[in-house]
Design a protein around this ligand. Sequence first.
Ligand code: ZN
Length: 141
Amino acid sequence: MDKKQKHLGLSNKDFKILSKYLGYLADNMGLRDWTLIISHEEPDSKDAWASVKPVYGRRSATFFFSKDFRDVPLENQRAACVHELLHCHLDNIDSLVVNEFRTALGEVFWNGWYPGFKLVLEHGIDAVAEAWAEKFPLIRW
Ligand SMILES: [Zn+2]
């Protein structure tokens, strides 16, 4: 058995498989020219299987996977990867809204409005990810 990587519940072999799979999905989702980095840290949210932090305007993103990601059902692993990759396409929308409207709307209105915007965006990404993920093969650990 491979030595476990620090902070990520994946062996070195599994880490390489996940990197290759994420790259395969990205290539087939219009993200071929993106630089994808998989962090050894977990997502900020304890409830998340995965998360992503795209770099605004850079076509680069860092992905975070939970320690138990390998134990998640394969269909959910695939959907989570597709979901996070979709964020790369749509992150500019979020950045535009934050950069253009945060100050203009004022703190009180912004604090009431922005969480709803984020939630609607997440639901949209989830819906597209669920439908699109089925078109891709499952990861083969
Ligand atoms: Zn999301």
